[in-house]
Design a protein around this ligand. Structure first.
Ligand SMILES: CC(=O)SCCNC(=O)CCNC(=O)[C@H](O)C(C)(C)COP(=O)(O)OP(=O)(O)OC[C@H]1O[C@@H](n2cnc3c(N)ncnc32)[C@H](O)[C@@H]1OP(=O)(O)O
Ligand SMILES: CC(=O)C(=O)O
Length: 532
């Protein structure tokens, strides 16, 4: 059965740039445009030429996209002007873009209040703007702003605006839920009415996420006959964002309802790069990825509980709605207080630690894990400490060295320039191979001083830890008040860029930090097969 073509239009570089806190550079825009092109998006909207110098510059040079249509966005002619004498439209015509996407009012209320003009002038503005752009050889799209709210208040006028765009030569009439408050059943019913007047092959949807239903609204529009979806990477966009392409693309490709009926420009191979594309945008924006994002989030295929893990290990489909690899994600089984033997065995297999399922030491390890988690440890975030816990249960972690004592001092004093300074100093006494080694170090804080002192002289093991450095240090106070317990997580990195995380828990922050530091050093020695 031949499938219908469904087109994807990305507005990350325009509506996405309207997100609070998002500020693209020219380089970012070029990079994102080529990522989208490579992914297989049909239209890439680059921005709003004339709105700011950066967007004007972006549209000043040809963007070499392989397959996507590059679009410039801007408003229809101002009331009372001719299209050929409107500076905004001149900028759009001058822009080096294949397509022009006009934003036009389609709500009587908005025309009266925001544009302060008449319905007739608004329709004339749509006709004139579309005709001019079409005459100049551009593919034309019209984003009918506030379409759904406008339709609910005055369906005839909203439809007249949409029809004016189509009749004047717009290839796409895009119905916008600009305020993002329309419900999916309303979208489906209204789009169903529109496609009686404009063929669905020329109708698009642009949904905002103010009720967390932008994706559902986009699919509702497709069900009713629309054949273009506008959206953004990671759901960027004004206020609560736009429909998230990183959620919609996998659904369109992998869910039977859409996959059987529609073809999109994203191939199976490119679908498998979606996690990478989503992360690339986060990296450009210097944002932490959302771990709970559907399909592409780090937690999207994570199993934490024992009952689920046991089933997933028998057949992943028991708790996965699609295979994680299809979008470039991966399955992960966590060890935590919710774990059973299955979680623990899965994690051990990943780290090549052999335990038999019937080995009584495995039950001991699960018990120990749960006791420690109850005391405040969180092993799902501390892979290296879990590794050591498992190995020590097996009795395979040697005592490489012994810390006899340490001493940490924090002193505040005046320096020789008369400035108040706080200095930390640590002294540590360790025994390696029967030899006592004493190291002292200063640091900008007590943990830093201890870390430096511990790694200053470990005798014959020193060479294994030379390249080790502490790259992240996180503290969390559990159970506030006088009974407070401190949880410290330390991330370390070695000379080859390998990273691992260790944990310490204690009512005393120095003690908790020291446990995590010790685990980090011991883990490195175990991984290096350092001889005892
Ligand atoms: C729903 C959306 O997301 S639409 C996209 C919104 N994005 C942006 O606005 C970002 C870029 N915008 C800008 O840089 C500026 O607003 C510009 C350059 C477009 C216009 O700037 P200014 O001339 O200073 O106007 P200002 O921003 O104050 O107001 C917008 C004007 O456009 C008019 N207008 C708004 N929509 C339309 C439209 N579809 N067609 C014609 N005129 C419109 C408004 O009535 C208002 O006119 P007024 O100045 O006579 O009151
Ligand atoms: C065009 C647009 O961004 C909107 O109506 O939401």
């Amino acid at each position: 059965m031949s499938r219908e073509r469904l087109y994807l239009y990305d507005t990350t570089l325009r509506d996405g740039a309207q997100t609070n806190g998002v500020d693209f550079t020219l380089h970012d825009k070029k990079l994102i445009a080529s990522l989208l092109d490579d992914l297989g998006i049909d239209y890439v909207e680059g921005g709003y030429p004339g709105a700011n110098p950066l967007d004007t510059e972006f549209f000043g040079t040809e963007q070499k996209l392989e397959r996507a249509t590059f679009a410039a966005f801007g408003m229809t002619r101002r009331p009372g002007r001719s299209a050929s004498n409107d500076p905004g439209i001149a900028m759009l015509i001058d822009a080096k873009a294949d397509a022009i996407c006009f934003v036009a009012k389609s709500s009587e209320y908005q025309v009266r209040v925001a544009l302060e003009t008449t319905n007739e002038e608004n329709i004339a503005s749509i006709r004139d703007s579309v005709s001019l752009a079409k005459d100049k050889g551009r593919e034309v799209l019209v984003d009918c702003e506030h379409f759904f709210d406008g339709y609910k208040a005055n369906p005839e006028f909203a439809l007249q605006c949409a029809k004016a765009a189509y009749e004047s030569g717009a290839r796409w009439v895009v119905l916008c839920d600009t305020n993002g408050g329309t419900m999916p059943d309303e979208v489906e019913a209204i789009v169903g009415e529109v496609v009686k007047h404009i063929p669905g092959a020329h109708v698009g949807i642009h949904a905002h996420n103010d009720t967390e239903q932008a994706v559902a609204n986009s699919f509702a529009a497709v069900r009713a006959g629309a054949r273009q979806i506008q959206g953004t990477l990671n759901g960027l966009g004004e206020r609560c964002g736009n429909a998230n392409l990183c959620s919609m693309i996998p659904t369109l490709k992998l869910k039977k309802e859409f996959a059987d009926k529609f073809e999109i420009g994203v191939s199976d191979d490119k679908l498998a790069s979606l996690v990478q594309v989503s992360r690339a945008l986060d990296n450009i924006l210097d944002r932490a990825p959302n771990p709970h994002a559907p399909y592409v989030g780090g937690s999207a295929f994570v199993t934490k509980t024992g009952i689920h893990a046991s089933a997933v290990l028998k057949d992943p489909q028991t708790y996965e709605h699609v295979p994680p690899e299809s979008i470039g994600n991966h399955r992960k089984v966590l060890v935590s207080d919710q774990a059973g033997k299955s979680n623990v065995l899965a994690e051990l297999a990943r780290t090549n630690i052999q335990f038999d399922r019937d080995d009584p030491r495995l039950s001991r390890l699960v018990e120990k894990l749960k006791e420690r988690e109850a005391a405040g440890y969180a092993y799902e975030s501390a892979n290296a400490s879990f590794d050591l816990l498992a190995r020590s249960t097996l009795g395979t972690v040697p005592e490489f060295f012994r810390v006899d004592k340490f001493d940490v001092n924090v002193e505040q004093r005046y320096n020789s320039h008369g400035q108040r300074v706080t200095v930390a100093m640590a002294v540590i006494k360790v025994e390696v191979d029967g030899e006592t080694l004493i190291s002292a170090a200063e640091g900008n804080g007590p943990v830093n001083a201890l870390d430096v002192a511990l790694r200053k002289d470990l005798g014959k093991y020193q060479k294994y830890i030379e390249g080790l450095k502490l790259v992240d240090y996180r503290v969390r106070i559990l159970n506030g008040g006088t009974e407070a317990v401190t949880r410290v997580l330390i991330e370390s990195e070695d000379e080859d860029g390998r990273r691992w995380t260790t944990i310490g828990v204690s009512p005393n922050i120095i003690d908790a930090s020291f446990q995590a530091l010790m685990d980090s050093v011991v883990y490195k020695l175990v991984q290096s097969n350092a001889p005892v």
